[in-house]
Design a protein around this ligand. Sequence first.
Ligand code: UDP
Length: 231
Amino acid sequence: MYKRILLKISGESLKKNEFINKNIITFITKEIKKIYDKKIQIVIIIGGGNILRGKDLNYLNIDKIISDQTGMLSTIINGLILYNFLKKKNIDTKIMSTINILNICEVYNYIKINEYLKKNKVVIITSGIGNALFTTDSAACLKAIEIKSDILIKATKVNGVYDNDPHIYKNAKFFSKIKYKEIIKKKIKVMDTISFYIANKYKLPIYIYNIYKKNALYNIIMGKKEGTLIY
Ligand code: UDP
């Protein structure tokens, strides 16, 4: 179904007792390996919410730009750990950062990403778009459009899009498919507003799925029923 994908993994989803849970990251690695073996071109954007989001430092009353920069650094920590797990599984992987941290990561480069993807290398992009005041969701939308990804797949802790939070409302209605304009009309919270605006403007289809569900990622790639498609 999809040849080139951008997978957004939130930092939050890696957390359970420890800031990165070994079973969770091992599981995610195996799920990525299944689609890597199918020669899918994969770019991953990883968040940092399990370590630090800029807003976590509000209580210190420091400069918002600096606190967001520390948030971006936390995505590099997650990216490096995921990089190592993918390499251990023999997944040929590159790691890039949109902020310059050359001793550790390559600098984000659109042309290089294309070259790597054509050689079946997975590319992890860290530090979002490299600008404070944004999130890795916004980065995922922007980069998915930039690298001409067929789809943005957002891994979450829920099965997809509901009309209400399923953790709170037991009878929340699930959508297997939903149009952008319907989400806007119903005021359903899927991603931050800027990301959603960008995705809608450039007609980027988005899949929302449960990161902890076995074969869910594979099923999406194979066009089987899974998660929610926003179109
Ligand atoms: N961040 C930023 N610019 C970006 C991406 C991220 O300033 O382009 C900062 C921001 O403070 C954010 C933090 O990095 O809260 C971690 O990213 P995010 O909250 O998106 O992580 P996730 O929720 O996906 O784990």
